[in-house]
Design a protein around this ligand. Structure first.
Ligand code: ADP
Length: 981
């Protein structure tokens, strides 16, 4: 009974409709109930009383639907089911599905608006101006009506609802006018081209100027700045972009979708976050968007685009109004300033702001102070945060980039969606190398050398490493110092490359002691870099360079570049080629500086105890903002110091002993190296101690945090087996959970390097990362220590599986694998068949949501018929059909181990069910059979019932969503209580 469900769940329904304090869910439910005629207009007015708090509005709704009886309650539950996001539905029961009856054709415009209300709210959101204009010019609305609709406190959806309410109040003529208007227009985002007719010459001129300055600024990549060889067009290679929906499923995106609707989680927010690790290509992606907009090749609905860099905004200490921010930092209007600004205010939906590197903004995001006046001067953080929240300039789309760890929950509330940038795919790496080398033979050689060294290949998934590796191809192919294995190796390569370039300009050749020769420059750059990192300072004035003793000649080597800046400033400013290079120089300074205090290394490995050194306070005084106290703002600093610590670990590795020999006294080097090893070992133990004790029933699971990944990456940099062994042998882990931790191929290399030394086999849970085939290959060295491997949603294909299983067959402990939602096809099932045949202790195989058809199932069956250990087989969401089900059923008939089988959503019909019935009649071990979402009809179910009569070990057979009427389901479930429909 739906009335009972509403009554029993009253508290829960109240909570989900009030959660977050926004009335949007309630309003969406009301829209549907009005459209379905569950509520009449008077009910609606009695429920949605603006003066009352949200929870009393919701209580009133619950009372009204309850009083209306059974039908109203079941439609109310259906509306809730439609409106709530998946994660809020857990634990709620919505009763049986009920059909919403299509009403007869509506004879008045007012009723039509009511019936279409849910769709109209969506359609009109972006076109309120147009609708109001139509109502105003026909005299249906007054200016006052329009103002009341467009109050800035309302979200666009709320504004549409107020508009619809007002139209209803005005009567049939207003309703007809609105319908006519809707018929004439395609009510999506307005096309700016149409608007151009009405645009003044000044606004058009401004657009032209903005386009040309954005084009000039985004034309070339700063990492190629000195060489002048490449434009962005020549070298830009698409990275992997993903969005996650509310239930954790990911979808791949194209560049054009970054601003589009795909993946939207919060319709009322206007800020899109592009997140990715340092060097994953976030700035380059924004630059590409800017360039394509400037050329009118993308974002054609965006009339004005304003690009900002947060690291440059750090240097703005004045209080500015929005108008000043746009005009001073992006583009100055030569004429009609007021008119241009009014245009921006009037057309938020035609404007886009981008903010690169929010993680480098000195102040952490807070939403404590509201500011909504576009002309009032306020400090930059207040301006920025209110833009991101939408308090200021609601409706302007914003794209923000940041490292994922630096975005806290307070900002997440204001995000429309989060796009993850995962670096290059394997194809992307090839494509990048080919673009970089115009000589195809050279490109081929570089690609071949990468293929031959999968560690290096895995590093190349991160674009900034790929850039270095490709740039330093000569050093790489010459292979004098062995093949690079770590990121420290890669950065030493680029260091060498730049010095080499400089010496060959002066006819010199780099000698063996090249680092010593350039030690002076390295130390000066290193000091600047470290002090900058400690003070969150990434842009330096010429004056600061001078103070550190850096000369024109030092700068000309190329590690520092001029800031590419649109803002109106009079002095030259410099930054490191990339933030990771700043970290590398900081690390060189920590390692090579003879005078460094003893705490320098511990400060790096425990950044929470960091104190800004007195020297950086003196030199970079302007960077240190005494008002910045809150914790979130230090996240980036910590992240950068962690990258630095990783480089320090690598530089102090025995591998680089010879290079450092003359640069640093052996005793100092030894002491520092010991300090690093001790910090790593302690850090690891502290990390595992700090993990909250697992709850009962979950006692085996150890959830690890990103700091674990960082520690193992540092251990990997050291490249000393005995250190990895010592650190890991002390740990007692049974299950390592690293889900959603940005684990890519690089992290897999480090993971395998240390995990192989664990004493006991573990379950390694890497679900929802981007391991890919290259990452799988990197994991092989630790496969023998994994009894279970969870790789759900990781972009793995048949090739990766072939490698994995070849090794897996030799690993005695390896017993379980979960590969839900990867790119597997029938080409991988032969390998599983072989594994099942040869490994008679294998327990669990889960291959849900891949592309396996009947052919794959038949191959799998060949292995299954020889196996006597498998207990769990999951094939949910494949396409095995009747033929596949028949093959599996016949192969499993003799199994003495199978407990659980899922063929949910596989296009299995009655023929498949009859084959499975035979399996049931013979199986002595099976307990659960899952057959939901197939096309089994009565005949199939009857054969299952017959079989169940002979089998008492089966506990449940699930048959929801098959080809049966409700009556048939009722009748058949009476015959056999173990069936669930
Ligand atoms: P992030 O902003 O994530 O730190 P960047 O965009 O600064 O990363 O990328 C660092 C370097 O990597 C760039 O300067 C460029 O040389 C290279 N790179 C990044 N993304 C791409 C891309 N899509 N195509 C070509 N090169 C890229």
């Amino acid at each position: 009974m739906s009335t009972q469900l509403v009554l029993k769940q009253r508290a829960e329904l109240l909570t989900v409709l009030c959660v977050g304090g926004t009335a949007e869910p309630l309003d969406c439910v009301l829209d549907l109930l009005l459209a379905w005629e569950v509520l009449v207009w008077e009910d609606y007015l009695s429920i949605r009383v603006a003066e009352k708090p949200l929870c009393s509005n919701v209580r009133q709704l619950l009372d009204v639907v309850y009083e209306k009886g059974e039908d109203a309650c079941s439609l109310f539950l259906a509306a809730m089911n439609q409106v709530l996001p998946e994660e809020q539905k857990a634990g709620l029961c919505f009763g049986k599905e009920c059909a919403v009856v299509d009403k007869n054709r509506l004879d008045t415009a007012t009723l039509t608006l009511l019936a279409d209300r849910p769709a109209l709210v969506r359609k009109l959101r972006d076109n309120i101006d147009g609708a109001l204009n139509a109502l105003l010019t026909t005299g249906c609305f007054t200016i006052k009506d329009c103002d009341a609709v467009q109050l800035p406190v309302y979200t666009p959806s709320q504004q549409v609802r107020r508009l619809l309410d007002q139209v209803r109040f005005k009567g049939e003529t207003a309703a007809k006018t609105l319908l006519q208007y809707l018929e004439q227009t395609e009510p999506t985002r307005p096309n700016p081209e149409n608007k151009e007719n009405h645009l003044s010459a000044d606004v058009l001129l401004y657009q032209k100027k903005l386009r040309s300055s954005v084009a000039a600024q985004s034309h070339s990549l700063s990492t190629y700045g000195g060489t002048g060889r490449f434009s962005l067009d020549d070298i830009y290679t698409d990275g992997l972009l993903e969005v996650m929906d509310g239930s954790g499923e990911t979808t791949t995106l194209g560049l054009e979708d970054v601003v589009g609707p795909l993946g939207t989680l919060n319709e009322d927010a206007d800020t899109v976050l592009v997140s990715g690790e340092a060097g994953s290509g976030k700035s380059t992606l924004l630059q590409r968007l800017h360039l394509l907009w400037a050329r009118e090749a993308l974002l054609t609905n965006t009339f004005l685009l304003f690009p900002f860099s947060c690291r440059k905004l750090n240097a703005e200490h004045r209080e500015l109004s929005l108008k000043e921010l746009l005009f001073l930092h992006c583009c100055w209007p030569d004429r009609g300033q007021d008119e241009v600004f009014q245009f921006i205010l009037d057309h938020p939906n035609l404007v886009l702001f981008t903010f690169d590197g929010l993680d480098e903004f000195k102040q952490g995001f807070t939403d404590e102070e509201r500011h909504c006046c576009p002309t009032k001067q306020v400090p930059i953080p207040l301006l920025l945060f209110n833009l991101l929240q939408g308090t200021l300039m609601k409706g302007v789309m914003k794209v923000v980039t940041s490292r994922p760890q630096a975005v806290g929950p307070s900002l997440k509330r204001y995000l429309r969606k989060e796009v993850l940038l995962k670096g290059f795919s394997p194809g992307g790496i090839d494509c990048f190398v080919k673009k970089h080398h115009s000589d195809p033979a050279m490109a081929r050689r570089v690609i071949e050398s990468l293929q031959a060294n999968t560690v290096l290949l895995s590093l190349c998934h991160i674009p900034v490493f790929c850039w270095i590796v490709t740039k330093c191809h000569q050093e790489l192919l010459a292979g004098q110092d062995g093949v690079p294995q770590t990121i420290t190796d890669v950065y030493l390569l680029v260091l060498q490359h730049f010095f080499q370039r400089k010496s060959s300009q002066s006819q010199g050749v780099l000698g063996k002691a090249w680092l010593e020769e350039h030690l002076d420059t390295v130390l000066k750059l290193g000091q600047l870099a470290l002090e900058g990192l400690e003070a969150s300072c990434y842009v330096f004035s010429g004056h600061e360079l001078q103070r550190n003793g850096l000369t024109e000649q030092d700068v000309s080597i190329g590690f520092l570049i001029y800031c590419n800046d649109l803002s109106v400033t009079d002095c030259k400013r410099y930054e490191f080629l990339h933030i990771t290079l700043q970290c590398f120089f900081a690390a060189l300074y920590v390692v090579l500086n003879r005078n460094s205090d003893r705490s320098a290394i511990s400060r790096l490995f425990q950044p929470q105890y960091r104190q800004t050194s007195s020297r950086s306070q003196r030199c970079l005084g302007h960077c240190i903002d005494s008002s910045v106290e809150d914790g979130e703002s230090h996240v980036t600093e910590t992240l950068n110091l962690r990258i630095t610590a990783q480089f320090v670990s690598g530089l102090l590795s025995q591998r680089h002993h010879n290079l450092l020999l003359e640069c640093c006294p052996a005793a100092v080097r030894e002491r520092k190296a010991k300090q690093v090893v001790k910090s790593l070992s302690k850090g690891m133990q502290r990390h595992f101690k700090s993990i909250p004790r697992p709850v009962d029933g979950d006692k085996k699971s150890t959830h690890t945090m990103p700091s674990f990944v960082w520690l193992i990456k540092c251990i990997y940099e050291v490249q000393d087996n005995s250190i990895a062994q010592d650190t890991m042998a002390k740990l007692n882990i049974e299950h390592l959970k690293l889900t959603y931790c940005n684990i890519g191929p690089v992290e897999c290399t480090a993971l395998a390097y240390v995990l192989k030394y664990l004493r006991n086999p573990i379950g390694l849970q890497l679900d929802n990362n981007s391991v890919g085939d290259v990452g799988v290959e990197q994991l092989l060295p630790c496969l023998h220590i994994c009894h279970s491997l969870y790789l759900r949603n990781n972009n793995i294909s048949d090739e990766g599986i072939r490698n994995l299983l070849e090794k897996g067959m030799e690993c005695e402990s390896f017993q379980k694998i979960a590969l839900f939602n990867n790119n597997l096809t029938d080409a991988c099932t032969q390998h599983f068949a072989l594994l099942l045949k040869s490994k008679q202790n294998f327990l669990s195989l889960r291959l849900g949501n891949n592309n396996i058809t009947s052919q794959g199932a038949e191959q799998l069956a060949q292995g299954l018929s020889y196996n006597q250990s498998l207990q769990f087989l999951g094939l949910w969401g494949n396409k095995i059909g009747d033929r596949g089900a028949e093959a599996l059923a016949s192969a499993l008939k003799n199994s003495t181990s199978l407990i659980w089988l899922s063929l949910v959503d596989n296009g299995v019909g009655s023929a498949g069910a009859c084959a499975l019935a035979e399996l049931i009649s013979q199986s002595k071990t099976m307990k659960e059979l899952w057959l939901n979402k197939n096309c089994i009809s009565r005949e199939g179910v009857e054969s299952l019932i017959e079989a169940l009569k002979m089998n008492s070990s089966i506990k449940e057979v699930w048959l929801k969503g098959n080809n049966l009427s409700t009556e048939e389901e009722e009748e058949l479930s009476k015959q056999e209580s173990r069936l669930t429909f």
